[in-house]
Design a protein around this ligand. Structure first.
Ligand SMILES: Nc1ncnc2c1ncn2[C@@H]1O[C@H](COP(=O)(O)OP(=O)(O)O)[C@@H](O)[C@H]1O
Ligand SMILES: [Mg+2]
Length: 339
């Protein structure tokens, strides 16, 4: 599985590889998705076929890549890894597709960033296992049709809404990964602590879980930082105090908000009077790309009820004002007046 070493040049190989579960049993939570995938796998194996193309969508760090790897392992088939932005030309994809061993899983990460040309080239490959290549240019050009071995495309995306509908309709099944509940995150932290060989007390697990943004990747990251802190500043055991101090040092608050989240909310409150403010205006004010705001900033803020998307734009909620202890200009003027 040489591709796992990042030959396709994406961020596939994370340093927390050791913490990545490699079976459905070790993969915590997302029960419905696991159940569905297990059935798909068993049925396809029973028929001796390759499984249908599958689309996985959900926020970063929720376990999409991990699931693709688990499926390849469960099916005992090779997996090749590519990502939307690295497949720049039709030829890049053609080179991969025409060299697949039968039944390989082709994992395409960040599928919403595939360009149109590559996407259109992908449709017939998905549908009828054919590659249509155009050889030559101008009036002398001819198309060449190549048969492909059976393969399964597993595409992952944080933004299923950005996939073109012809692409979306060619998947046999689509699964959405949701944010994890607190119990699952706690279990992930305990599992990872065991793998890392560090003792973490139950109150510390509570503290770290609450700040993990309901996301396994974040939970693992906080756990590792707490382990460092415990080793350097304490006796190596992660207790409640170590957990709290780690978060303080990282400037992560008790529900997982970071500086950029607080800054984001503050700008909407102070500059735009809590909203509604349009996404483009907001992007300009923050000097951020719209996609970063939509993919990175907003999902968790909406999940904790601090931000609403309305037809008129983004609105910061009362709950956010209370949590951050900030006020709009109007509120401050009213306070002064009533003083
Ligand atoms: N269900 C899970 N149970 C345990 N650990 C998980 C689970 N999902 C994800 N992880 C951990 O979180 C990390 C990020 O998951 P990953 O699959 O890379 O997310 P995504 O591809 O959705 O961004 C993994 O390396 C793994 O250690
Ligand atoms: Mg991934």
């Amino acid at each position: 599985m040489e591709d796992i070493l990042g030959k396709e040049g994406n961020n596939f190989l994370e340093f927390d590889q050791a913490l990545r579960p490699d079976s459905f049993e070790a993969y915590i939570g997302q029960e419905k998705v696991k159940e569905n995938l297990a059935i798909i796998i068993e049925a396809a194996q029973g028929r001796g076929e390759s499984i249908d193309h599958i689309l996985l969508h959900g926020q970063a760090g929720l376990g999409k890549t991990t699931l693709a790897l688990i499926m390849a392992k469960a099916l005992a088939v090779p997996i090749r890894v590519a990502s939307g932005p690295t497949l720049k030309k039709v030829g890049d994809l053609a080179a991969i597709l025409s060299n697949l061993e039968p039944n390989t899983i082709l994992f395409i990460d960040e599928a919403h960033r595939l360009n149109r040309m590559v996407e259109e080239f992908l449709y017939p490959a998905m549908e009828s296992r054919k590659l249509h290549l155009i050889i030559g240019k101008g009036p002398g050009a001819r198309t060449l049709s190549l048969d492909l071995p059976p393969f399964t495309l597993i595409a992952a995306t944080t933004r299923a809404d950005l996939l073109s509908s012809p692409l979306r309709s060619r998947f046999g099944a689509t699964f959405k990964l949701d944010f994890y509940n607190n119990e699952d995150i706690k279990e992930i932290i305990r599992r990872s602590a065991k793998l890392l060989g560090v003792e973490v007390q139950s109150l510390a697990v509570e503290v770290l879980a609450k700040s993990s943004r309901a996301t396994p990747r974040v939970a693992n990251r906080l756990l590792k930082r707490a382990r460092d802190y415990a080793q350097v500043k304490s006796n190596g055991v992660i207790d409640e105090e170590v957990a709290l101090k780690t978060l303080k040092l990282l400037e992560v608050d008790e529900i997982g908000l970071e500086n950029h989240d607080r800054e984001f909310l503050r700008i909407i409150v102070e500059t735009f009077n809590r909203g509604p403010v349009g996404i483009e205006t907001l992007a300009a004010a923050l000097c951020e790309e719209r996609s970063v705001i939509e993919d990175v900033y907003e999902p968790y803020l909406m999940r904790v009820g601090f931000l609403k998307r309305t037809s008129a734009g983004r609105v910061v909620t009362e709950a956010a004002l209370a949590h951050l202890n900030i006020k709009t200009k109007e509120q401050r003027m009213l306070d002064d007046y009533l003083k």
